[in-house]
Design a protein around this ligand. Structure first.
Ligand SMILES: Cc1cc2nc3c(=O)[nH]c(=O)nc-3n(C[C@H](O)[C@H](O)[C@H](O)COP(=O)(O)O)c2cc1C
Length: 226
């Protein structure tokens, strides 16, 4: 089932209007909207296209209540019609997944024999040496949160509110939802239609506080030329 639907709001408005909703109406998200959100969410980029994100889609009330108990009883977990347990699978660097990515790329016409061999030779040492991350968990988080960001923006673009959450017990969730030891729980994401009290925009630091020019700590400003 693929349903094309028009976004209810523009991309800029979706980004500006997204708030971390703390309360939700009971109104369901249609399966077609949920499908669109998830399908566009997993268009996120990933290193070597390994796609480590995994989502447990929790919709049954008894399971949301179970999850709420693992998340310090946060109201939005029990109220939102859909809550995603957003996970990252550390096993994607194994040859079995590398071959699946190669197969996928071949079917899409994007991977030839040379690139397939490059992947087979490059990915295993990348995970052994991991020069750009300290632990594989940091790597799974890096990627899963990118997909989560996609999901939140796509959802808002379709009129669906969200709340990302890190206040939960990983150990409790892993046990309650049969999550393997090699899989990290990166965050929870409630999805639905926000109810009052609406969360106000808390502001963001200005660009000159968070951007640097050429070297860390060096003042950044946009030049006057376009
Ligand atoms: C990774 C992450 C974890 C968060 N964890 C929680 C949480 O456990 N509970 C909660 O109510 N909000 C949580 N938030 C929402 C933040 O409080 C919220 O994004 C922040 O205050 C900025 O507000 P805004 O998203 O409405 O602009 C989390 C946000 C992120 C990105």
């Amino acid at each position: 089932m693929t349903v094309e639907m028009q976004p209810s709001t523009g991309l800029k408005a979706a980004i500006e209007q997204r708030r971390a909703a703390r309360a939700f109406h009971s109104e369901a998200i249609t399966q077609a909207v949920l499908q669109q959100i998830l399908q566009l969410g997993v268009r996120a980029p990933s290193g070597y296209n390994l796609q480590p994100w995994r989502f447990i889609v929790v919709q049954e009330q008894q399971n949301k209540d179970k999850l709420k108990a693992c998340a310090f009883n946060q109201r939005q977990v029990g109220e939102a019609p859909v809550v995603l347990i957003c996970c990252g699978d550390r096993r994607v660097g194994q040859m079995e997944n590398i071959e699946s990515v190669i197969q996928l790329g071949r079917e899409a016409g994007a991977i030839n024999d040379d690139y397939a061999d490059y992947m087979r030779s490059q990915v295993p040492p990348f995970f052994e040496n991991h020069p750009s991350f300290e632990s594989i968990e940091a790597w799974t988080n890096r990627h899963t949160m990118l997909a989560v960001a996609h999901i939140m923006i796509v959802a808002k673009n379709l009129g669906v509110d969200s709340c990302p959450m890190e206040e939960f017990s990983t150990a409790q969730i892993k046990e309650a939802f049969n999550i393997a030891a090699e899989v990290d729980v990166c965050c929870l994401l409630a999805l639905g239609y926000a109810a009052e009290p609406f969360k106000q925009y808390g502001g963001r630091f200005s660009l000159d506080q968070v951007c640097f020019s050429e070297s860390y700590g060096q003042a950044f400003s946009l030049s006057s030329s376009p």
